[in-house]
Write a protein of this length. Structure first.
Length: 340
């Protein structure tokens, strides 16, 4: 999605990131280190400003590993690409639409164990189930307060950006990008659904403490039930801020019955710790088409864990170029290590 212009987050906001411990593979002397917990292996601009079968390959907002090991890449212009996991080259593209045939503002993606595609649109917002061929199979219920005003209290272009299935496959989680009207600006809601025989039904909701001036474009579950959370913002003339956090919702308060999140006592938000500010990554020779604090950075919006082994995660990120000449479709190959 097109980002609103925001102020850069303050150092004090970083210091407020709390709890959890993380220790990692990136040595301080490693020229690929972004932090003590995150390193970047490489990046690829191979798909930037390309087309496949008459469809622009860009506007990428989410990634997922398909059941056959290929990479699914979701465009927010209603297209789902199947990419070769090694070369990133497109192998097919599936058009998407809502029940009336209208294009989606498609932002979040999960591929279920049977190959069903769960896809969010931030317009309403919604979560729909699609077959591999793009046929709608159903739609999940969404709590009224999360709908875009005037139907609910969400701001336009600030709803379901991230989507992930927790380990075991019983709990689906969607992250709002920005706070609801009436909530503190630093409290973003994460909504869950529980799988039942009849389908997914709304369940617990949590408050995530986002850094000042940033939003949440993506969230991905780790094998132990915690979350990798991307926080992102843009400042005109300065560029993007992109931070990667490790977050733990397991002891957070269920806020589904809390009308306004205002920092009140008795509401425990999700706890988080900073893994890396991606501006601190090595440039690896990357160039930027507009001012950036690090030329490697762009409008990073999609994320998927592609492999894991004893707390070491391989994580793939992608930027959304908004089909804009001064932005780039860029893939980032990270290694992240987390401990309890």
């Amino acid at each position: 999605m097109r980002l609103r212009t925001v102020l850069a987050a303050t150092t004090a906001a970083l210091a407020a990131a709390t709890c959890l411990t993380a220790a990692g593979p990136a040595n301080a002397q490693d020229d690929h280190a972004c932090s003590s917990t995150v390193s970047i292996d490489r990046f690829s601009d191979a798909l930037d400003k390309t087309a496949y079968d008459g469809t622009f390959v860009g506007n990428l907002s989410a990634l997922a590993v398909d059941t056959d090991g290929s990479l699914a890449a979701l465009s927010d212009r209603s297209s789902l690409f199947d990419l070769d996991a090694k070369t990133l080259q497109p192998r097919s593209v599936t058009p998407l639409a809502d029940e009336t045939g209208t294009a989606l503002d498609s932002e979040g993606l999960v591929i279920d164990g049977d190959g069903t595609r769960l896809i969010t649109s931030e317009t309403e917002p919604s979560v729909r189930r699609y077959s591999r061929s793009g046929r709608i199979l159903g739609r999940l219920p969404v709590p009224a307060s999360l709908r875009v005003a005037p139907a609910g209290r969400a701001v336009p272009n600030g709803t379901f950006e991230g989507l992930t299935l927790l380990p075991g496959g019983h709990t689906l989680l969607a992250s709002m990008e920005y706070a609801l009207s009436g909530d503190s600006s630093g409290a973003v809601r994460f909504q869950t659904w529980e799988r039942h025989r009849a389908g997914f039904v709304p369940a617990a909701q949590y408050a995530y403490p986002v850094d000042a001036g940033l939003g949440v474009p993506e969230v991905q579950a780790t094998p132990d039930g915690r979350l990798l959370v991307l926080e992102r913002g843009f400042t005109s003339g300065v560029g993007n801020t992109v931070r990667l956090y490790l977050a733990d919702p397991r002891r957070a308060t269920d806020t589904s019955g809390v009308e306004n999140l205002t920092g009140q006592a008795g509401v425990r938000p999700i706890k988080k710790t900073l893994l890396a500010d991606l501006a601190a990554c090595p440039t690896l020779g990357a160039t930027a088409k507009q001012p950036q604090p690090n030329p490697l950075l762009d409008n990073i919006e999609g994320m998927v864990v592609t492999r894991h082994d004893k707390g070491r995660l391989k994580v793939l990120l992608v930027s959304d170029d908004n089909q804009n000449a001064v932005q780039t479709t860029r893939f980032y190959y990270l290694q992240v290590q987390v401990t309890h």
